[in-house]
Write a protein that binds this ligand. Structure first.
Ligand code: HEM
Length: 132
């Protein structure tokens, strides 16, 4: 995944953001999940640390970092892997709201946050599987 988010050259977003900040963002997202009335009930409470690890690993790979996710989980097949969750517009928007709050918490640089909001928002829309 390449993005022109600096004047210099096209760099993988992973190199611009850094693995540490991606990990911090995903951790801040999952901290918010259990108390959320829409998302909380969807995520298996006992498996949250593993869920956090899966999302971190996926984003690392999709943003141009090490592709451990592919070795661990195979092809992402995200539509299929989300099929058992009821993802309507409210769930999609809540996921993005929590992720935006996580980005603010880890002080994601503004232009990278804008890029990630587009990138994640497109996937979130693609994962909707209920009409509203
Ligand atoms: C639109 C709202 C969304 C909802 C309600 C949602 C919900 C969930 C839930 C409940 C899980 C199971 C937790 C686990 O055991 O891993 C999951 C897994 C996952 N989600 Fe989402 N998700 C959403 C959007 C997204 C987006 C936008 C992405 C990517 C940018 C994403 C990436 C993933 C990944 C990579 C996994 C683990 C897949 C695997 O390897 O098994 N999700 N999601």
């Amino acid at each position: 995944m390449l993005a022109r988010v600096s004047d210099d050259a096209e760099l993988p977003v992973y190199d611009l953001v850094g693995g540490e900040r991606i990990a911090a963002m995903v951790a801040a997202f999952y901290q918010r999940v259990p108390a959320d009335p829409i998302l909380g009930p969807m995520y298996p409470r006992s498996d949250l640390p593993m869920a956090e690890q899966r999302l971190r690993s996926f984003l690392t790979y999709r943003l141009g970092g090490p592709a451990d996710y592919l070795r661990e989980r195979g092809h992402p097949r995200l539509r299929m892997r989300h099929a058992s969750f009821q993802i309507d517009l409210a769930a999609r928007d809540r996921w993005m709201l929590l992720m935006r709050a996580a980005m603010v918490e880890v002080q994601m640089p503004a232009e990278i946050q804008a890029y990630l909001e587009g990138f994640l928002g497109d996937i979130a829309t693609f994962l909707k599987n209920r009409s509203d």
